[in-house]
Design a protein around this ligand. Sequence first.
Ligand code: GAR
Length: 197
Amino acid sequence: MKRVAILISGGGSNMVRLLESMTGDHPARPVLVASNDPTAGGLAKATSMGVETVAIDHRAHRDRESFERALLKALDAAQPDIICLAGFMRILTPDFIDRYAGRILNIHPSLLPLYPGLNTHARAIAAGDGFGGATVHLVTPELDAGPILGQARVPIHPGDDPETLAKRVLAVEHRLYPAVLRRFAQGDLARQDLSDA
Ligand code: GAR
């Protein structure tokens, strides 16, 4: 059974879907939810789902390295095999990523390699794209550039704004991330795209 830690910064709707998925014959179980923001709504949801949580406030640390040392201490204690970033909005240093190389997954709200970074939906709309979507990828030191494990796309309709598109994309994220995690936990690195999106 693989041990999964999830890192969040906000409401944690993807986290909830990942936690809900890890039951029955699933090859993984959640061992920790960690947030850099003590007020992240996802922390209470994880607690209510019976998962241990920890908040490590990045603002209480003088630099990124000090914050990451504290985060790594909590993570190492939980001994995760896999770390899922789920709306985790801090950039991780190469040292941190090295420690769990090949075992950190991220979900990003665009069809990578299009639109790494922030404001993905506004950029897709401004470019006149016909499709938006989400990508689950392995985390490497280069931002949002690691090997792609799965993608789901949605149409962009005339009149969409970043909020309407974000809502449509989030709905497919909720199916994509659990599907990719299940396969990844089984040791299957083949790319998995959601075909009906
Ligand atoms: C999701 O749309 C996720 O793709 C995005 O943040 C949202 C988190 O929602 N992640 C990033 O932008 C990472 N750079 P959630 O907290 O409800 O899961």
